[in-house]
Design a protein around this ligand. Structure first.
Ligand code: HEM
Length: 399
């Protein structure tokens, strides 16, 4: 990470930093940087590219996420205030957004997700059983990335044999370092491949609908209009981004946490009822999503004088690790009575997949510890995390 915490000037009276959230760094470095920034500033200006505002005041971040009239989702990428792409429902504002959420809701409701529990458990156990006798593995590649991706492909109705292709695209899209892809050409060609893949899947279902979420969505109407191929495509791309990386990142943090906190690992092994609360704490403490919004009017937020059309970055970590909100905020406390975190966001865009994510995470952690209760971080690796969404790049455990 090239951020220095030394301001390189001021902007409208606030400190300006060269702050580039895309860069990778050593394990936990992004969280430590947010803690440091939040401890010294309510907000600041990043001077990267055209510049954008960053709120580092916990309550202000949550308020902005809830105030969709002032903080629009027409752009959610701090570096691109006028994107040429569309992701549905993430980049829609109400009322169009509300119509999509109403239609999608029943596929992601607690009851719909609970009905998938046997399949989710079976998938997790098969993958973990295959690893248990090996004595060690890169748990991201060999488990955390495969498990939720398989569940998600089945939900959308995508052929399971495409899993290796999907994992390769996800790698090129999200996990290449600057050195591996200096021009961004591999990332671009993966994006084009994903885009072409979904065009094909949409066309297949226009010809012959099936019993899957994609086919069902194509039969919906919004304001009496059928969903266009363009909007179906924007929906598929968002689901791809939202569904494929987040659960793997969280499983990675959970295994990292319990590998480095053996006393807590012993507690959850002895009493699996502690796992659900532990997962909430891991989501809170290792917060990795950094939403952004576009101001619709001049407004002051977290001390930043934001002008209409400017972007504001809203890191969830500053709310979830706020010492005014939590006692011992940086500690995973398996016995905390209520965590009340915003790791799934807040306001109208709060994560659609949160029930599914929670079930996948608790299942992964429970089934893992049933089969592999004793493990450690394999020596001789330098643990690093990606920028943008902070997930471990790889994690080799041994048992
Ligand atoms: C631990 C895992 C996950 C985390 C931490 C997470 C987090 C988030 C967050 C913070 C947002 C709000 C973004 C914003 O305000 O701009 C969001 C939105 C969303 N998430 Fe998740 N997510 C997870 C898993 C999933 C899964 C498994 C799915 C689907 C299968 C999913 C689908 C979505 C969708 C569709 C949205 C957009 C909602 C909207 O715009 O109304 N997420 N997620």
């Amino acid at each position: 990470m090239s951020t220095t915490l030394e301001p390189d000037g001021t902007h409208d009276g606030l400190p300006a930093f060269y702050f580039d959230n895309r860069l990778d760094g050593p394990v936990l470095s992004h969280l430590q940087r947010w803690d440091e920034l939040a401890g010294t500033h309510t907000g600041f200006r990043s001077t990267v590219a055209g510049g954008y505002w960053v709120a580092t005041d916990g309550p202000a971040v949550q308020r902005a996420l809830q105030d969709w009239r002032t903080f629009s989702n027409t752009s959610v990428t701090a570096l691109e205030p006028d994107p040429k792409f569309l992701w549905i429902p993430e980049m829609l504002d109400p009322p169009e957004h509300t119509a999509w959420r109403r239609l999608l809701g029943r596929y992601f409701s607690p009851a719909a997700v609970a009905a998938r529990e046997p399949e989710i458990r079976r998938t997790a156990t098969e993958l973990i059983d295959a690893l248990a006798g090996r004595g060690g593995a890169d748990v991201l590649d060999d488990f955390a990335r495969r498990f939720p991706t398989l569940i998600f492909m089945r939900l959308m109705g995508l052929p399971e044999e495409d899993l290796p292709t999907f994992l390769a695209w996800i790698h090129d899209l999200l996990h290449l370092s600057h050195a591996e892809d200096p021009e961004g050409s591999r990332q671009l060609s993966a994006m084009q491949a994903v885009s072409a893949y979904f065009d094909e899947q949409i066309a297949l279902r226009r010809r012959a609908p099936r019993d899957d979420l994609l086919s069902h969505a194509m039969a919906w109407t919004i304001d009496d209009q059928p969903i266009s191929d363009r909007d179906m495509h924007a929906f598929c791309i968002l689901m791809f981004q939202a569904g494929f990386d987040t659960v793997p990142i969280s499983i990675g943090w959970a295994l990292y946490h319990f590998a480095t906190h053996p006393e807590q690992r012993a507690e959850i092994v002895a009493d699996p009822a502690l796992i659900a609360g532990g997962v909430e704490e891991i989501l809170r403490v290792y917060s990795f999503v950094v939403p952004a919004r576009k101001a619709t009017r001049d407004v002051e937020i977290a001390g930043c004088p934001v002008r209409a059309g400017e972007m504001v970055m809203l890191p969830l970590a500053v709310t979830n690790r706020d010492p005014h909100r939590y006692e011992n905020p940086l500690e995973v406390d398996l016995h905390r009575s209520s965590t009340n975190h915003i790791a799934f966001g807040s306001g109208p865009h709060r994560c659609l997949g949160s029930h599914l994510a929670r079930l996948e995470l608790t299942t992964a952690v429970r089934e893992w510890h049933r089969r592999i209760p004793d493990y450690r971080v394999a020596p001789g690796q330098e643990l690093r995390q990606h920028g943008n969404m902070y997930g471990l790049q790889s994690l080799r455990l041994e048992w």
